[in-house]
Design a protein around this ligand. Structure first.
Ligand code: 8YV
Length: 331
């Protein structure tokens, strides 16, 4: 008799190719509407499914995990960051958690550079001028931004994405500085000509641009706190394509309003999808560039992420260790 296919609940719409393949392999329940599932709907999925495939928009907290049925064995996150999942509670309950590392590195690094350029060279402001019929012609002193070449970039979090940002920034002639839990291998430092800063405070005080590229964990929550942000130079620019929670967003907003920091390029926020009206006001005034969490949003990336999810679920269901298990040491 053929083995019963596992019931896999996918919380959001995924690319057609991915959904089709998932349907072939598993008893897959898709979310045709793409509307984020409520906590009650997620609880129902935890009670009935063998595998849950959530995304960053689902909060899989301890309360939800406590409601999991005995059949629930795997949470295969469609995404790299797992701060939307209480991994410790899941593991304690014998539920394996996987993510999709590696396949969104380059896209996220591209977006980080795009934001650096957008903020430093006022690209978003400039792009509005012609459609608004506001261009009266070239002037030597108009729309001046700041030069990227020769500037010091401080990367907070030198993992895969941080290193991909560093490679790009080096090609733009920036000097690379970083702070990380652990110093990276000497060969990597050499190839990037990167300077390691043990003290984040000291690094922040000396950078022209700071890019946040670390995951959100209990240890990195408000890593860029009000106290630390004060170290930034008034001419500094701050970029965040990681998670809103790594920066004290209110403190940053106050500093931007007061002109204590020159600009910011943000792709992520503390309370997504709501964004503070104060930040929106700053964006309208051209002081910050705000993107709607689209750092990894490429067609290719989403298919690769789906492929990773499929491999993780299939491997697990075949009785093997899935390649992208999230381990307690990674939290
Ligand atoms: C994804 C991300 O869009 O993978 C991540 O950690 O932040 C994003 O780029 C999201 O996670 C999809 O769930």
């Amino acid at each position: 008799m053929a083995k019963k296919k596992p019931l896999v609940v996918v919380t959001r719409r995924l690319p057609d190719l991915v959904e089709t393949r998932m349907r072939e392999l598993f008893d897959t329940r898709l979310n045709e509407t793409d509307k984020p599932m409520s906590q009650a709907e997620l609880a129902e999925a935890m009670r009935t499914a063998d595998v849950l495939v959530p995304t960053v928009t689902d909060r899989i907290d301890a309360g939800l995990i406590a409601q999991a049925g005995d059949q629930m064995k795997l949470i295969a996150n469609f995404g790299n960051g797992v701060d939307n999942i209480d991994v410790t509670s899941a593991l304690r309950r014998g539920i394996t958690v996987t993510n999709t590392p590696g396949v969104l590195t380059e896209d996220t690094a591209d977006m980080t550079l795009a934001l650096i350029l957008a903020v430093a060279r006022r690209i978003v402001e400039g792009a509005h001028v012609i459609p608004a019929d506001d261009w009266t012609g070239w002037s030597p002193t108009w729309m001046l931004g700041s030069r990227i070449t020769g500037k010091r970039l401080g990367i907070v979090g030198m993992g895969r994405i941080g290193q991909a940002v560093a490679r790009r920034a080096k090609a733009f002639g920036m000097s690379i500085h970083y702070h990380n839990r652990r110093r990276v291998a000497a060969e990597i430092e050499e190839s990037l000509e990167a300077t390691y800063w043990d003290s984040l405070d000291q690094m922040l005080a000396r950078m022209d641009i700071v890019s946040v590229n670390c995951p959100h964990t209990p240890a990195t929550y408000h890593l860029l706190s009000a106290r630390r942000l004060k170290y930034l130079q008034p001419s500094a620019i701050i970029i965040n394509t990681a998670r809103g929670e790594v920066i004290d967003e209110n403190a940053l907003t106050r500093m931007l309003e007061a002109g204590e920091v020159a600009g910011a390029g943000l792709d992520v926020y503390e309370s997504e999808p709501s964004v503070s009206p104060k930040l929106v006001k700053l964006a309208k005034a051209g002081k910050v560039t705000l993107l709607p969490h689209m750092g990894s949003a490429t067609r290719e990336g989403r298919i690769d992420m789906g492929e990773k999810v499929i491999i993780n679920v299939k491997t697990f269901m075949d009785g093997h260790r899935p390649p992208d298990r999230v381990l307690p040491s990674m939290l």
